[in-house]
Write a protein that binds this ligand. Structure first.
Ligand SMILES: [Zn+2]
Ligand SMILES: [Zn+2]
Length: 758
């Protein structure tokens, strides 16, 4: 019998060909296996029918741990057998099927870790030790098929020893494209701030020592550079904050081990699984009572982002020091993508760092670390990037068209919907500047090539001025793609519906800002959504509140509070008492007081802005230096509180009154603790939004309520709302596969345009 098999999925870069080879030989079959340029694998088998059947069984049952099958397409071939043995054939440039993709980068595996520490092993203490089961993939590939010459490992011809392993079917590095050793592979070296090479015999451990002593280092990793610094020495930390102009934004840390993590943070069972999974994401963990890292690592927050070492280099950084963790934050100039090239790093980081730990392997594609947190037992994505991208999310629906989603403006990603698969790009960032727009362009085109997708339609936001809106219009015109525009919050809720495959939902969608159907600023919406024609409707929302000074109210939340409280309390004394929190002091306060009397102010229904205002009234945060700062700091205070205020939510028609909330907080600010008031504010919003959603669900006979938008990353709101909704007998859904915030927006746009009526 002769059988041709085409396998799609994640089958390149995961040790699949060696596995097929061994399985075929074991079953006495001849033929070949080869990679194709559509990221799929083609197999030809010749031999006894019985043996071929056994092969197919083994194929499904014993596949390599990182391989994922989408389709196994078999066809019997006529004619005589042509092969006398089984071989791994040279890869072909044929690209016919779409939907396969190469794997994400994978954290160092246990086998490699054991070799790294074994003095008898030829790769003892080799920083770039990898195998078929671990190492970089997505970040080194330039084009398909996944062969060494198509990756940035091309620059490192294998030595005899590595080549022998590469060719030996019994070796665990048989056909591992990243195989390398100290003799033939990438080299690591230390330089001073100007790029002058320091002849260190042991550059990685020396770098660790320099960190421990209080220096700032740039460390090149898989998907870009990290800036690293001690977690316990306030001086270099403050220096880093100064040069990076990041006075408050939390830094993620890399802990030397799980045990070390537990000395400063609380780690639950599911958080432990996340930390040690092959992704090794940054996990937000609650600081423990014994927390001893410097306050300037994650100022004003109850939690801290922690990841474990994911390369040999990371492990070795800790070898000669006692530190339990180092700050490891993405190295990027303000509002620009993560730095990836050595020259680029020297240019952009030279004023920031004291030393560079370089290696000489190029990074083909930038990829930031992923960030996740947990809400009780559930995992919530904050950023889905390294270790996840570009692996697809499988839907329970199949698209007819191939759709590209370009996302919004902040925290952006792009994505491709191809049949029942969604391929989400790595984290791109805020695309309101030229560099990040370039990154979006390049990452999206690369994703289209990697998945061999033929795009039919491109989707963007309703906002007329977003960079992504212009880009979508341009690409639609250039390529004759259909252009679809989807409202921001509709897209968020559509994502939730498709993730859970529900046909109708009442969606609560809360975030900072989204351009509404009416052109107004939305952000605290209740949407009734069905997959019938014109099935998306805004049915309720938060009270529209004035934004004093427009966008300035986003940066200085006291302005938001003033607008809400105007007419209810005497603002003059209070604002003047807070004059130091305005950049222009008393003068600015006086202007605000005048503006309050005017009628035509921009209004917003944003939930984020209400949380910001509460944060400002409680004196928790007066200036937003990073996205979400006032509200995440509010949550951090609230976790220690109780609902002592017991404010009853006021609902008027389809509107949840937020003036009453802020007034309640304001009037009681000297009667209860900040923590209790912060917690009560959360409860008010959760109860009010849940009550409105339950009412709308019952009016429309819908049995499911969902929570989406950036605010859905808030644990107190999510858990409180969930409890109320479930107690009313309805289902409560939250995001599982994509971030609830704008990092998941492109996903929502793509599925909304394909599965719903827009
Ligand atoms: Zn390995
Ligand atoms: Zn070698």
């Amino acid at each position: 019998m002769r059988l041709k098999i085409q396998v799609t999925g994640i089958v390149q870069g995961v040790g699949f060909r060696p596995f097929v080879y061994r399985t075929a030989v074991r079953n006495g079959l001849s033929g070949y296996v080869k990679n194709r340029a559509d990221a799929g694998v083609e197999i030809l088998l010749e031999g006894q029918e019985q043996a071929i059947r056994q092969f197919l069984k083994n194929l499904k049952k014993d596949k390599p741990p990182l391989a994922k099958f989408h389709h196994i397409i078999t066809s019997k071939l006529p004619g005589r057998n042509e092969h006398t043995e089984f071989v791994i054939k040279k890869s072909s440039n044929e690209a016919e099927l779409s939907g396969s993709v190469i794997p994400p980068d994978i954290a160092i595996c246990n086998d490699c870790l054991i070799e790294l520490r074994d003095p008898k092993d030829p790769r003892f203490e080799y920083f770039f030790i990898t195998c078929t089961n671990c190492g970089p993939r997505f970040t080194i590939i330039e084009k398909l098929p996944y062969d060494r010459e198509n990756t940035t490992m091309r620059a490192f011809p294998m030595c005899g020893f590595c080549l022998n392993e590469y060719k030996d079917p019994l070796n665990r590095r048989f056909h591992a494209q990243t195989v390398a050793c100290p003799r033939c592979g990438p080299r690591v070296y230390l330089t001073d701030a100007k790029g002058k090479v320091l002849r260190e015999k042991d550059p990685v451990r020396e770098a660790g020592k320099l960190l421990s002593e209080g220096n700032i280092l740039a460390v090149k990793g898989y998907g870009g550079f990290h800036v690293a610094v001690s977690t316990t020495k306030p001086k270099p930390l403050m220096r880093l904050r100064e040069v990076k102009h990041r006075s408050q934004k939390p830094f993620a840390v890399m802990a030397r081990s799980l045990g070390a993590t537990k000395t400063f943070a609380e780690v639950s069972k599911n958080q432990e699984e996340l930390l040690t999974s092959y992704v090794h994401p940054i996990v937000l963990l609650n600081k423990s009572r014994e927390y001893y890292l410097s306050d300037s690592v994650a100022p004003g927050l109850h939690n801290i982002g922690v990841m474990l070492p994911y390369t040999g280099l990371h492990y070795m950084l800790f070898d000669k020091v006692e530190d339990s963790a180092f700050v490891m934050t993405s190295a990027n100039p303000p509002n620009q993508p993560i730095t990836k090239d050595n020259d680029e790093a020297l240019g952009t980081l030279k004023g920031t760092v004291d030393f560079f730990l370089f290696h000489d392997r190029q990074i083909a594609h930038r990829c930031d670390d992923s960030v996740v947190r947990t809400h009780g037992a559930d995992m919530v994505f904050i950023r889905r990037s390294r270790g996840y991208a570009p692996a697809p999310i499988t839907l329970r629906r199949k698209a007819k068209r191939c759709v590209l989603g370009l996302g919004g403006e902040l925290n952006n990603t792009s994505c491709i919907l191809n049949e029942d698969k969604i391929f989400l790009s790595q984290h791109i960032g805020d695309v309101d500047n030229i560099e990040t727009r370039g990154f979006l362009d390049e990452a999206t085109k690369h994703l289209i090539r990697l998945t061999n997708s033929r795009i039919d339609a491109v989707v963007c936001d309703l906002h007329p001025k977003f960079v992504t809106t212009h880009l979508a219009q341009q690409w639609a015109e250039e390529n004759s793609w259909q252009l679809v525009r989807v409202q921001h919050h509709y897209a968020h809720v559509a994502a939730l519906m498709v993730e859970h495959d529900v046909g109708e939902i009442v969606g609560i969608c809360c975030d900072g800002y989204g351009y509404g159907i009416d052109g107004e600023a939305w952000g605290g919406e209740i949407l009734s959504c069905t997959d019938e024609a014109s099935g998306f409707k805004r049915v309720a929302h938060l009270e529209a509140q004035p934004m004093m000074g427009g966008d300035l109210a986003t940066y200085y939340p006291l302005r938001m509070a003033a607008g809400i409280l105007h007419g209810h309390v005497d603002l003059e004394d209070w604002l003047l008492g807070n004059r130091r929190h305005f950049p222009h002091g008393e003068k600015e306060v006086n202007i605000i007081l005048q503006q309050l009397e005017k009628e035509n102010v921009i209004r917003t229904t944003s939930c984020g802005r209400v949380l910001d205002a509460v944060s400002a009234v409680l004196g928790i945060c007066h200036e937003r230096t990073y996205e979400g700062e006032p509200s995440v700091k509010l949550e951090s205070i609230a976790v220690k509180g109780k609902d002592k205020l017991k404010l009853k939510p006021i609902i008027r028609g389809d509107t949840l009154d937020t003036t009453k909330l802020l007034l309640g907080i304001f009037e009681n600010k000297d009667k209860h603790s900040k923590a209790d008031l912060a917690y009560s504010a959360h409860v008010y919003l959760a109860e009010g939004l849940a009550a409105l959603a339950i009412e709308k669900a019952s009016e429309n006979n819908i049995k499911t309520i969902g929570f989406s938008g950036g605010v859905a990353a808030n644990e107190i709101l999510t858990l409180t709302m969930g409890k109320i909704v479930k107690a009313s007998g309805l289902r409560f859904l939250v995001h599982r596969d994509v971030p609830p915030g704008d990092a998941g927006l492109s996903f929502g746009q793509a599925v909304a345009s394909e599965f719903f009526h827009f």
